[in-house]
Design a protein around this ligand. Structure first.
Ligand code: SAH
Length: 246
């Protein structure tokens, strides 16, 4: 029996935004692993074992997926959005370090639509020019590094997407992010709070920096901050494709 492991992205929420290759891998799988709410999106069927686990156990979950594939399982490890964006793919490669047996396995990363692209598409084209993504969670890095990177991005005048902007056990860091933005950007800078994109709870809110409040974000929100050229056109927001040197 030759097992395999697919590290798959389920997209932002809507089934229509799951790629056909991910659907195919799930149809062939013997085991699906992932964080509880993501595994809940996979329909149970005979021959398929679901292995939901808690969020903080990523490395352990990656090792469990590799071990099942090594035993001959057809394993799908699911993430929301894209598995390479603040998700499980990097955890799997980290787990492979020092394990030549796991490195030899049939492992594939199946991309998905990441939250910032789903949100940007709903809003128009706010990421139409250069942009970057920052993870605001301080689980795996110190706040000082987040602030340093934030100041570098703002200094480069790029649009930026913030993942994991605000959580119950970390309610204050997003306020600090807004404070850095207020120090460095004009009050008319546009911010998008895009919550639960592509689900029935979807809510999109564009506000100028001067009116932005930390509680507009939660863990189901991706926040996009435009560059200085990001502007409204009708009910849309876009960033022009051309830029001049500062
Ligand atoms: N791998 C995922 C990101 C995981 S980090 C991806 O590529 O999208 C989790 C963060 O992603 C959340 O805190 C939120 O900032 C963002 N996110 C995930 N799904 C979202 C959705 N449907 N709408 C808005 N933001 C979302």
């Amino acid at each position: 029996m030759s097992g395999w492991l697919c590290i798959a992205g389920l997209g932002p929420g809507a089934d229509a935004q799951i790629t056909p290759e991910v659907t195919q891998a799930l149809a062939e799988a013997t085991d699906v692993l992932g964080y509880i709410p993501y595994v809940a999106r996979v329909a149970p069927r005979s021959g398929l074992t679901l292995h939901p686990s808690d969020n903080r156990e990523e490395l352990e979950r990656a090792r469990a997926a590799l071990a099942l594939a090594a035993e001959g399982g057809r394993v799908v490890l699911v993430s929301s959005g894209d598995p390479g964006v603040f998700a499980m793919a990097a955890a799997v490669f980290e787990a492979m370090e020092g394990r030549p047996d796991w490195q030899a396995l049939d492992v594939r990363v199946l991309p998905g639509i990441t939250a910032m692209l789903a949100a940007a598409a709903r809003a128009g084209a706010p990421l139409g020019h250069d942009f970057c993504a920052l993870n605001l969670s301080d689980n795996l890095k110190p706040w000082s590094l987040i602030e340093q990177r934030l100041r570098a991005v703002v200094g480069a005048d790029m649009a930026v997407a913030f993942y994991n902007p605000r959580s119950a056990n970390r309610p204050h860091t997003f306020e600090q992010v807004l404070q850095v933005l207020r120090e460095t950007c004009a009050p008319d800078r546009l911010l998008l709070f895009a919550r639960a994109v592509s689900t029935p709870q979807e809510r999109l809110l564009w506000v100028p920096l001067g009116a932005a409040q930390a509680d507009m974000a939660d863990m189901r929100t991706v926040v996009i901050v435009g560059s200085s050229t990001t502007r409204r056109v009708g009910r849309f927001v876009y960033t022009p494709r051309s830029a001049r040197a500062a």
